[in-house]
Design a protein around this ligand. Structure first.
Ligand code: PFF
Length: 452
């Protein structure tokens, strides 16, 4: 990333502008989590009440922790492990805090391994849409296209490989130029296409039911495990708890407002998730599909819309192109912490990217096979893909997030965070209460509830 970043007095590289960082952070946050995962977990967990809990988690826990991660990264000026270790030393705390960063990095590594499989589905749907596969297709035909893809290890691994090559190449070359340009075009593009889809959804007879499902809370449908899923997703969708925002923050220039940036990222991320839900659920209800269909939900619903609307081949292809790009800016960010860490251990950027990329690719084979050859293998009642997803999103991310909150709130001195945040005293105090008490207590309570 050396060509486009300035270098600070301490020798660490910086993003060229605030916009570059906002775009990179938003590019990381907005991805499959918004368009693929948010709708299907909302479907599985009963709709409106889940959405409310999720929004609460975003505002009360996600935003303060996002601010904390960026702050720790900028002040620590290292990879997640290095930054926390570095700061701990400066604040006179145990270097063992670096382990929090390490756990996060491990999370990013595992998440990328299965995320790339789903991103591969999106990539393959560009071609399926482009060839007119969905034109006039009914729900059964669309479902069959999806099950055939899942049943073929060769195709899943092939798309996964293509995606990991795309990711590794960008990271090896340095993200800033390509990423900045891509995100500037793609984010508005994605929003426009989601609005087109909502326009279509409004013409179906499922629109009322879809909106109702998403926005009318029915708390009798909310289970305690749903609260854990909502919390985990708040972390997943904002790319928290895995060191990414620490790594990206480490490249942030000292003049940029951390709080303002974080708020922008949170708003963008939330709006895109809600738009995706608004587009998808009416189509689910209009076609008698089940909202709880699981990870295949958008791949079984949206092609129906594209197949039925005028110009659907163009819109459909474009949509999956945008989804692929949204996933791409996220996978790039998922590889970054490991690469930055390997660089700190003396590798050059290209070797670091190739090593990390190959490792993630190999682990991804487990998820690819879990949809077919290994579909019988279960642990704790979950298939391997679901298990990795559950372990990372619902356990590792909140635990790392808790560690980040405790470190930023309690181990760092108040003077340090005040200086780094550079906001009004009232806002700093608000953040301090959230990071010291609200976020840690909420994470612990949700965990305890799920244990008993
Ligand atoms: N936030 C991304 C999404 O919502 O798709 C996914 C993601 C990216 C998760 C980076 C975790 C991460 F560290």
């Amino acid at each position: 990333m050396s060509n486009a970043k300035g270098v600070s007095a301490s020798g660490h590289e910086h993003w060229g502008s605030r916009l570059a960082f906002v775009l990179a952070a938003a590019g990381s946050a907005v991805g499959l989590g918004n368009v693929w995962k948010f709708p299907y977990i909302t479907g599985e967990n009963g709709g409106g009440a889940f959405v409310l809990v999720y929004l609460g988690c975003i505002a009360l826990i996600g935003l303060p922790i996002l601010i904390a991660e960026i702050l720790l990264g900028r002040r620590g000026e290292r990879s997640p492990i290095g930054a926390l270790g570095n700061l701990a030393r400066r604040e006179g705390r145990s270097p063992a805090w670096g382990l929090v960063g390490g756990l996060g990095m491990l999370g990013s590594f595992i998440i990328l391994s299965f995320y790339s499989i789903i991103a591969g589905w999106a990539l393959s749907y560009i071609f399926a849409s482009g060839m007119g596969t969905f034109t006039g297709a009914d729900a059964d035909a669309v479902g069959a296209v999806f099950s055939e893809l899942l049943a073929s290890p060769a195709r899943l691994v092939g798309w996964h490989t293509a995606f990991m090559v795309m990711t590794t190449l960008v990271v090896a070359r340095g993200v800033r130029h390509g990423l900045e340009r891509a995100v500037k075009l793609l984010m508005p593009g994605l929003v426009i296409l989601l609005i087109v889809l909502i326009g279509y959804a409004a013409t179906t007879n499922g629109f009322g039911a879809g909106i109702d499902f998403l926005f009318t809370p029915d708390f009798s449908r909310l289970s305690t495990s749903a609260v854990l899923v909502a919390l985990g997703h708040a972390f997943f969708t904002l790319s928290l708890g895995m060191g990414i925002m620490i790594a990206y923050g480490s490249y942030l220039s000292p003049q940029t407002s951390i709080a303002g940036t974080a708020v922008t990222v949170v708003i963008l991320d939330t709006v895109i998730a809600l738009l995706a839900g608004t587009a998808i659920f009416p189509i689910v209800f209009a076609n008698d599909l089940t909202p709880g269909a699981g990870p295949g939900l958008i791949f079984q619903t949206l092609p129906l819309a594209f197949g039925a609307m005028p110009g659907g081949v163009v819109f459909g292809t474009l949509f999956f192109v945008l989804l692929t790009f949204a996933a791409w800016t996220s996978t790039i960010s998922l590889l970054e912490p490991t690469v930055e860490w390997l660089q700190e251990r003396g590798r050059n950027r290209v070797t670091a990217a190739l090593t990390a990329g190959l490792g993630v690719w190999a682990l991804g084979l487990v998820s690819a096979l879990s949809f077919n050859e290994w579909s019988e293998i279960t642990l704790f009642g979950k298939g391997l893909f679901d298990l990795l997803d559950f372990l990372t999103a619902n356990i590792m991310l909140p635990v790392t997030g808790l560690g980040v909150a405790l470190f930023a709130g309690w181990a760092m001195s108040i003077a340090s965070t005040r200086e780094e945040l550079d906001v009004s005293p009232a806002i700093h105090r608000l953040w301090l209460v959230a990071i010291r008490f609200v976020a840690p207590v909420a994470v612990v309570v949700v965990f305890l509830y799920n244990l008993i």
